[in-house]
Write a protein that binds this ligand. Structure first.
Ligand code: SF4
Length: 485
């Protein structure tokens, strides 16, 4: 199904690879002889009436197999452009893994003549298209490490380190607890480890690698010997499967006065149609602030994002889909939290004025100058348009691994006569890129590395959409933020 020519994607399609966790097997489906008789996954076109790709997939699953309630739908971050039948231009497949109950059986439609549940290796042999086999490999890489005990229980979520967390941990009688502390809390890490050790009676090992984001959870090798993990400062990412049972302590902040914050907003005459976004630590303030804003004559809106966000109003530095969902109903966004990291991402993703309000200091920052950031990025893109030798960076962290994107970009680069080498890293470090015979990089890991830290690297570093701009496949305007789903 490969062989598409570069250019605009005319039609989006979705594919679902159905699997059971125990035993770890895949459902494959055979087309009728009149349609080639091949073994394939479930697939179909995204229709204008589908809210998003996942909705399209769920509709196809219902229509083609009768599946109403999958146990889990995980994006495989696998997109494959292909030539449509009868010269219909370039179409693109987006693949998902779909966990089903072991007792489930498909109810076949006219699309398929047979179905079978087989091991992943057998599925790889039987599936007709190379892309299908690569997607199975992707599914195995993404799902299999999580099929430890962590895959079978939902994440445990706590607001704070305290008696409730200790009680739950004690009841598990863990042999060893792996504790991960975000970069911003490392000063307190040893004190927190000591508290958990004393309160639970279990040995606590701190994972030494600094953790920067919600996707950056403990890796299987870091928790070896532990039977439970405690992750501080982050909410779970719903479409990520941790390697073992995980307790997320979100470090919610109880402070902040909604009435006072609404007064600050009104005094600054921010637009009435205001979208609210908050860091996880300040999400508890959102309902109260909404009420106070309504009292002051405002029309606040809160959006719900995709499967990478656990809460309404929440944002990740790579994903502002909650805010994007309400973009048509708001004239500006109010971000509750500290620092510029989220306001910059929000401004880039939504193209609306973003006002950052520190709920504890009660300070309102002037809007982010999106135009200046975009111009800087566009200049960077323009400067590497003629770069011949590209390095495509791929992170091996489960929550940042976009191997499929990297392979697609490599294909695109070669079609434009560029050399493109894929380099894998756990965490990218500028020193690892020194002395290489490459002109520029595209980073498929955390989008914020290219956007916020590119000055640290020895060569220009772009995000995947910026790379497509550099190849001339998409225009510089409107600027496209690199959203990670
Ligand atoms: S990819 Fe980057 S921005 Fe997104 S959750 Fe991970 S560290 Fe945060």
């Amino acid at each position: 199904m490969s062989g598409a020519s570069p250019g605009t994607v005319e039609r989006e399609c979705v594919e679902g690879y159905l699997y059971t966790a125990r035993p770890f097997e895949l459902w494959i489906f055979r087309r009728p002889p009149s349609r080639g008789g091949f073994w394939v996954p479930i697939s179909g076109k995204v229709e204008p009436t589908d809210a998003n790709f996942e909705a399209a997939l769920r509709r196809e699953l219902r229509e083609e197999t009768g599946l109403e309630r999958p146990r889990r739908v995980l994006p495989l971050d696998w997109q494959v452009p292909f030539d449509a039948p009868q010269g219909g231009g370039t179409w693109r497949l987006t693949a998902f893994a779909v966990e089903v109950d072991p007792t489930w059986r498909p109810r076949l439609s006219a699309e398929h003549a047979a179905s079978e549940r087989v091991s992943p290796s057998k599925a790889s042999v039987r599936l007709h298209y190379t892309d299908n086999r690569e997607a199975v490999q992707r599914l195995v890489e993404r799902v299999l490490p999580g099929l430890g005990p962590g895959a079978l229980e939902p994440p445990h979520v706590f607001a704070q380190v305290g008696p409730e967390l200790y009680r739950d941990l004690r009841e598990r009688h863990p042999r060893r607890i792996a504790l991960q502390v975000p970069a911003g809390l490392v000063r307190n890490a040893h004190e927190l480890a000591q508290q958990i050790r004393e309160a639970t009676g279990a040995p606590v090992f701190l994972t030494g690698r600094a953790c920067f984001g919600a996707c950056d959870g403990p890796m299987p090798d870091e928790v070896s010997g532990a039977d439970v993990a405690v992750v501080l400062g982050h909410a779970p990412i719903p479409n990520m499967v941790p390697p073992l049972p995980t307790y997320f302590v979100e470090m919610r902040h109880p402070g902040g006065n909604p009435q006072r914050l609404a007064e600050i907003v009104a005094a600054a005459r921010l637009p009435e149609r205001l979208g609210i976004v908050a860091s996880v630590q300040h999400l508890d303030l959102v309902p109260g602030l909404e009420r106070e804003l309504v009292r002051s004559g405002y029309a606040p809106r809160v959006g719900t994002g995709d499967h990478r966000l656990a809460y309404a109003a929440q944002a990740l530095g790579c994903n502002y889909t909650g805010a994007e969902a309400i973009a048509a109903q708001v004239d500006a966004y109010l971000f509750l939290g500290t620092g510029r990291f989220h306001p910059v991402g929000l401004a880039l993703a939504t193209d609306r004025p973003v006002h950052a309000l520190d709920p504890l200091q009660e300070t309102l920052e002037p809007p982010i100058d999106r135009g200046a950031i975009v111009r800087r990025r566009q200049l960077l893109v323009a400067g590497v348009r003629d770069a011949r030798r590209w390095g495509i960076l791929v992170s091996t962290f489960a929550g940042q691994n976009r191997t499929a994107t990297a392979l697609t970009l490599q294909l695109r680069a070669r079609r434009h006569g560029r050399e493109a080498e894929i380099l894998t890293f756990s965490r990218t470090d500028p020193r690892d890129l020194e002395g290489r015979a490459l002109d520029a990089y595209v980073n498929t890991a955390c989008p914020r590395i290219a956007l916020d830290d590119s000055d640290l690297y020895p060569r220009p570093m772009l995000t995947p959409p910026e790379f497509l701009m550099a190849l001339g496949e998409i225009p510089l305007e409107p600027y496209r933020f690199d959203t990670y789903h």
